[in-house]
Design a binder for this molecule. Structure first.
Ligand SMILES: C[S@@+](CC[C@H](N)C(=O)[O-])C[C@H]1O[C@@H](n2cnc3c(N)ncnc32)[C@H](O)[C@@H]1O
Length: 428
């Protein structure tokens, strides 16, 4: 049984998510996986060429598309780069031109990332003409099931034959898609990075065409998934997508993301995964800030303690500011994900115990105790007085003693049954 190399593309900066899914899905069949640091978005897998392998690869949800890999070439650094590339391919067509000899029709697709003096369309046209000349097979723009790929990523060119028709990441929008929709493979990565799992209630308060909610509903058919959008038209479109896909575990409702309590009970949601409006074309800074502040305040009410928000944002400063200043959130991750020409940042924040507690903790000390259990803390003023007493105790060398005996590192809140004691000086 021979080995075959496949090139799998996703959005740049989530290659690690793709690689781990490839390893899980292909399991023992994958001999080697490789993330190429010089080619953004690419994972290469060397795999046993068994019949089921293509089906397994097409089931990978963090992939945009998969190709049987023919060659990786350097892009000629000349003014006629596309023509020079075609000449280079045709010097050794057996090893460089993807094999489409059995196709009835074909078309060439090019994804281009980086700064170049040509367009994707130029590559598609020039390589298409050369392949047609060589294989004597007609090209067809619509309906061709054989897709020869020539992807230009920076100064590298990846050549191969796509092993499926439509892009895998077009799977969730059979009826309706918005301009602002993200791809399902990005939705998969957001859910994965948020640690969303079996049995958890998920909410997307800016659901749009439903990408994130539908992706979660496919993966976790027994979970409860709630999608909200303020537009009736959009909610109808997302419902149509869910119905066509036969998904029955998604509730889609018209509502405002600033008032999530109108849809779900307090502390009933485990995870919010969403991409709110980015305010690229419209939306003043203040409007976006106001929206993010309102959404975070509302999320605070419906999310359980320990629950997470995964939020993909372009103008993220206001979101981060509100997270930090409220004291209710701990930032777990900030990771840019390339989507088209933009680099939005995926924030993952976790809902932590108590506002007053965390604000004060940030100022001076982490204290042992739990305000909710009535450890003598009722108001901000009384809490501050205790701080002074505690600080005095620390200065005089009073011994630390945690109620539950757990050592706590860094910024984590300290929980326990014991009296409030100074644990660790804080700097932020
Ligand atoms: C960027 S789109 C979401 C796209 C979605 N993730 C998808 O893949 O289709 C943002 C959505 O938020 C909705 N929206 C804007 N403000 C809102 C608000 N205050 N409450 C609820 N939805 C809102 C818009 O109608 C829009 O559909």
């Amino acid at each position: 049984m021979g080995l075959q190399r496949f090139a799998i593309f996703t959005n740049p900066k989530i290659e690690d998510v793709l690689e781990s899914e490839v390893q899980r899905v292909l399991h023992a069949h994958a001999h080697k996986t490789e993330v190429r640091p010089d080619i953004e978005g690419l994972v290469i897998v060397e795999v046993e060429d068994v019949p089921a392998v293509c089906d397994m690869l097409c089931a990978i949800r963090s992939a945009h598309y998969v190709m049987r890999l023919t060659a990786i070439l350097d892009l000629p650094q000349t003014t006629d780069a596309v023509q020079a590339l075609v000449r280079h391919i045709m010097e050794d067509p057996v090893n460089r031109l993807p094999d489409i000899s059995k196709a009835e029709f074909f078309r060439v697709r090019c994804t281009r990332l980086g700064l170049h003096s040509f367009r994707s369309h130029d590559v598609e046209r020039e390589v298409g003409e050369a392949a047609h000349e060589y294989h004597k097979i007609p090209a067809k723009m619509r309906g061709a099931t054989t897709i020869l790929r020539v992807d230009v990523i920076g100064d590298k060119v990846v050549l191969g034959v796509q092993i499926h028709g439509e892009e895998l990441s077009k799977r969730l929008h059979p009826e309706f898609i918005r301009d602002a929709s993200i791809r399902p493979n990005v939705a998969f990565a957001m859910l994965h990075l948020a640690g969303y799992g079996e049995g958890e209630v998920l909410m997307d308060p800016f659901v749009g065409s439903g990408t994130i909610a539908l992706e979660a509903a496919v993966r976790f058919p027994n979970n409860k998934i709630i999608g909200i959008d303020r537009s009736d038209r959009v909610v109808k479109g997302a419902r149509a997508n869910a119905e066509t896909l036969g998904l029955t575990n998604v509730e889609l409702t018209t509502a405002n993301a600033r008032n999530l309590k109108s849809v779900v009970a307090r502390s009933s949601v485990d995870c919010i995964v969403t991409n709110p409006p980015w305010g690229i074309r419209i939306g003043k800074n203040e409007e976006m800030e106001d929206l993010y502040r309102g959404f975070l305040a509302s999320a605070t009410e419906v999310l359980k303690i320990g629950g997470r928000i995964a939020c993909l944002l372009v103008r993220w400063e206001a979101f981060l500011h509100h997270c930090r200043s409220s004291g209710r959130w701990v930032v777990k991750m900030a990771r840019p994900i390339r989507t088209g020409e933009l680099n939005p940042v995926l924030f993952i924040v976790e809902r932590v115990e108590d506002t007053m507690w965390n604000n004060i903790k940030r100022d001076i000390f982490v204290l042992v105790g739990d305000a909710r259990k009535g450890d003598g803390v009722t108001t901000l003023e009384s809490f501050k007085k205790q701080q002074v007493a505690v600080a005095d105790g620390a200065a005089s060398g009073e011994k630390e003693e945690a109620g539950n005996g757990h050592e706590v590192e860094g910024e984590e809140a300290v929980e326990g049954e014991g009296a409030m004691r100074p644990r660790r000086r804080f700097s932020q």
